[in-house]
Design a protein around this ligand. Structure first.
Ligand code: AKG
Ligand code: FE2
Length: 236
């Protein structure tokens, strides 16, 4: 294991791979990712959860799969979610809020955000999940062993995930069980994989590169809703 921040260690094999998009934050931080608390208020989250419920106009999740060329196709084995778009009022609110945190994000990761993708609203119902992946690369396997990563996009430097429902023991219409965001190759001081427990209103900000390979564990009950966006950035 190699220490990448005060409280987090990563698998050594990552250091042996030639990761072209390698970038890590300041090793003196406690965590190598940033959690922005209360990006949205509980009321704002509830409004989104309410609207998403009434909106049947979703597309099945598209998964970037590298074939001869990079194509996009629906693959329910990899990801089992519904995707929605935000309406203009909520989108403006999101953008306004994002702008107010942009400098904090840029300072944390020492980069300058140059553009951002559309915001995707993901809904995971019971038994939905999102298999292990890196946001900017394809994982290369040989005989079921991970042997490296190939970048599939250079437009994703930073990933942001904003939760509008919470992971709780007792569920109601704004919560769910399971559905933690797991960073597959990152560990805490006790050797446990880093798992983020979603809390409505909180945004997790991490680099899109293979160090931050992640998955969404299966939702056991309830509705998990997340607003996902990727950002391009100028990195020194
Ligand atoms: O829903 C989440 O928490 C993460 C989604 C994700 O990893 C992605 O869309 O790339
Ligand atoms: Fe992702």
């Amino acid at each position: 294991m190699t220490q990448i921040s005060n409280e987090v260690f990563c698998e050594d094999f990552l250091l042996d791979f030639d990761i072209q998009t390698k970038l890590l934050p300041n090793p003196y931080y406690d965590l190598p990712f940033l959690i922005i608390e209360d990006f949205f208020t509980q009321k704002e989250c509830e409004l989104i959860n309410e609207i998403i419920k009434d909106d049947d106009d979703f597309e099945k999740a598209q998964v970037l799969i590298q074939e001869a060329v990079v194509t996009s196709k629906t693959n329910e084995k990899i990801r089992k979610t519904n995707i929605y778009k935000l309406d203009n009022i909520l989108l403006n609110l999101y953008n306004e809020r994002f702008n107010s945190y942009q400098k904090q994000i840029e300072d944390y990761f020492k980069l300058a955000i140059s553009s951002s993708t559309n915001v995707q609203v993901l809904e995971y119902k019971k038994d939905s999940f999102y298999m292990m992946h890196s946001d900017d690369s394809s994982m290369l396997f040989k005989d079921e062993k991970l042997v490296g990563f190939v970048p599939v996009t250079n437009e994703r430097k930073v990933s942001t995930v904003l939760f509008t429902t919470s992971c709780e023991d007792e569920i109601d219409k704004n919560s769910f069980q399971g559905g933690e965001l797991l960073f597959n190759f990152l560990y805490d001081i006790n050797g446990n994989q880093i798992k983020v427990k979603p809390k409505a209103g909180n945004m997790v900000v991490f680099l899109s590169n293979p160090y931050f390979t992640h998955e969404v564990l299966k939702v056991k009950q309830g509705r998990r809703i997340s607003l996902v966006q990727w950002h391009n950035a100028i990195v020194n």
